[in-house]
Design a protein around this ligand. Structure first.
Ligand SMILES: [Zn+2]
Ligand SMILES: [Zn+2]
Length: 259
């Protein structure tokens, strides 16, 4: 199986796809997407279990297991036991998405930090990468990582929108960063400048579907097929071909999620 263009982060178990999930996956394949990572996290733990079931059904798909920072207040020992059981399965390849979201503050910040720390410990125990989400919480995220994983870790900071210095810190700590459709938005000149400076050996592309539809922002619901638009923008800012971007980012995705 040759890994090419990968949507490294989408919420395929979201109810937005309940009526046409199969067609959505089909369209992604037709658009040239060779592989998909269906993230758990986002809603209750059942979403991670559903993602694992999808990964069983489609050999080119992998799942992750975790509790999103929005829902950190619902994390308990029972949820953790279910994540652990999922991480035992070969088709479940990472812990998350986890992290900190101080923009929405849907869960108390101290609870978010504690649950992030638990995910980092889980990832270490099961020797899997972590999928990290960070919004308006960069310094706290770094602090938790440094406290919990002083020897470094593997994983990705998904939906990256930070500065070059933020990205450099993550890369120095063993993480990759990945870009969503935000990279294509008119207002994202600064982000495109950052993306252009980062080596393709350290970045990936994703949709975060059903959210963050790339330009042109139609239809409103995002889907994995549209990751092509993120790859094209990354190729533009690197003044290289789509093929080169696919090759480089696909190699990164393969190493992290499909090896
Ligand atoms: Zn996220
Ligand atoms: Zn997500």
């Amino acid at each position: 199986m040759k890994i090419g263009l990968v949507d490294t982060h989408c919420h395929l178990t979201d109810r937005a796809f309940n009526n046409d999930r199969g067609e959505v996956i089909e369209r992604a394949r037709e658009a040239g997407v060779t592989n998909i990572v269906a993230v758990g996290g986002g809603g209750p733990i059942e979403h991670s279990e559903a993602a694992a079931e999808l990964a069983l059904r489609y050999p080119f798909l992998r799942a992750t297991a975790g509790i999103h920072p929005h829902d950190a207040r619902n994390y308990d020992d029972r949820a953790e036991a279910r994540i652990e059981a999922l991480l035992e399965r070969p088709e479940v390849v990472a812990a998350g998405e986890t992290g900190l979201d101080y923009y929405y503050d849907n869960s108390p910040r101290d609870v978010q930090r504690e649950v992030l720390a638990r995910h980092l410990a889980l990832a270490k125990r099961h020797d899997v990468p972590v999928v990290l989400h960070c919004r308006d919480a960069e310094s706290d995220l770094r602090e938790v990582i440094e406290a919990e994983r002083p020897d470094g870790l593997t994983g990705v900071v998904h939906c990256f929108t930070g500065t070059y210095e933020d990205a450099s810190w993550y890369l120095d700590h063993g993480l990759l960063v990945s870009f969503t459709g935000i990279l294509t938005y008119k207002r994202s000149d600064d982000l495109r400048a950052v993306a252009g400076r980062l080596p393709l050996e350290s970045v990936m592309v994703e949709t975060d579907a059903p959210y963050l539809t790339p330009e042109p922002r139609k239809p409103r619901r995002n889907e994995p097929a549209f990751v092509t638009r993120v790859a094209d923008t990354l190729a533009e800012v690197h003044k290289t071909s789509r093929e080169h971007v696919i090759e480089a980012t696909g190699t990164n995705a393969e190493r992290l999620f499909f090896s």
